[in-house]
Design a protein around this ligand. Structure first.
Ligand code: SF4
Length: 82
């Protein structure tokens, strides 16, 4: 079982992006990482919660990305560079 606590998170700052044009509302992402994604009933799709990616282990975000059938989720490491 994956430890989901922030204390266990490897310190690789990561941003999670959810492409609204790809999302089809399967809700797998928020089942895996409810701290990072939320379902918007009125739009029948999910959104990435601002800062939510900091509340879960990166491995959990990678699992959510891998389980999205629409490949709507991407992760980007924050390097501090543009
Ligand atoms: S699993 Fe993918 S398609 Fe389904 S709600 Fe999440 S982002 Fe959208």
């Amino acid at each position: 079982m994956t430890d989901r606590s922030p204390q266990s998170r490897k310190e690789i700052p990561t941003q999670a992006h959810l492409d609204p044009g790809r999302c089809r509302g399967h809700a797998r992402c928020l089942t895996i990482a409810p701290e990072a994604f939320e379902f918007v009933d009125t739009e029948d799709r999910a959104v990435a919660l601002p800062g939510g990616e900091r509340l879960v282990d990166r491995a959990v975000l990678l699992e959510a990305m891998a389980e999205c059938p629409e490949q709507a989720i991407t992760l980007r490491e924050e390097t501090g560079e543009d």
